[in-house]
Design a protein around this ligand. Structure first.
Ligand code: 13P
Length: 243
């Protein structure tokens, strides 16, 4: 399975920074799929710079409706129109800061697919939930609630305690959780679950990328902080398993 290395720029970059970063990534990295998800205000510019390059562009969220009275929101067709082909949904920062429920994420995934966007649905437990031994239970509920019945996208496992902390999950944690997610995907999608990519996210950096990306059932990485530094993001992409 070809790995996907996705950069989530979160709420970072003004135009000059976004343009410089996109320019530096234009050639991509052979052997893996590369995606960047800039803030919505940078989408058109970044998509323009990356047009014709192997690097795809995505949004960081979308509304569940195609248009209407939703001040401040952005719809999936708008992202598509701006040059996106992917969208991140249900990131833990959105679940926490915007009270997004599994059901909301599921409706967004339906809207994304209808607009021709490939969704990356994020799941992951808090530190407290892991300490209580509830991590698979929590992720199981998130998968059951967030993925629509005809889901055809990517799942990203991002343990919340590993995001932005500099401390990634251990190889053992990642292997165990990805095996659990694979089993859940096969249960929910008996025909297609085997081929769905499962990304790991949470403090992925050049120094740990190769070991994380070598693990079984890791279909790529969702990278936050390190995706804002072109040479770090490219180093992570170069660590992808050839395939
Ligand atoms: P960091 O790579 O900064 O830990 O962020 C991970 C993340 O949230 C990507 O969506």
């Amino acid at each position: 399975m070809r790995q996907l290395i996705a950069g989530n720029w979160k709420m970072n970059t003004v135009t000059a920074e976004a343009a410089a970063l996109a320019q530096a990534l234009r050639n991509g990295v052979p052997g893996c799929d590369v995606l960047v998800c800039p803030p919505a205000t940078q989408l058109v510019a970044v998509a323009g710079i990356l047009a014709g390059s192997p690097v795809a562009v995505g949004g960081q969220d979308c509304h569940w409706e195609a248009k209407g009275a939703h001040t401040g929101d952005i719809s999936a067709p708008m992202l598509r129109d701006a040059g996106a082909s992917w969208v991140i949904l249900g990131h833990s920062e959105r679940r926490a800061n915007h009270a997004e429920l599994d059901e909301t994420v599921r409706e967004k995934a339906v809207a994304a697919a209808a607009a021709g966007l490939a969704p990356i649905v994020c799941v992951g437990e808090t530190d407290e939930q892991r300490s209580a031994g509830r991590e698979t239970e929590v992720v199981g509920w998130q998968l059951a609630g967030s993925l629509p019945k005809d889901f055809a996208g990517v799942v990203a496992y991002e343990p919340i305690w590993a995001i932005g902390s500099g401390k990634s999950a251990t190889e053992e944690d990642v292997e165990t959780m990805h095996a659990f997610i694979r089993a859940e995907l096969l249960r929910q999608f008996p025909e297609t679950g085997a081929a769905m990519r499962i990304l790991y996210g949470g403090s992925v950096k050049p120094s740990n990328a190769a070991s994380l990306l070598a693990l079984p059932d890791v279909g790529g990485a969702l990278v936050g902080g390190a995706s804002l530094v072109a040479q770090d993001f490219l180093a992570i992409a170069r660590a992808a398993r050839p395939g």
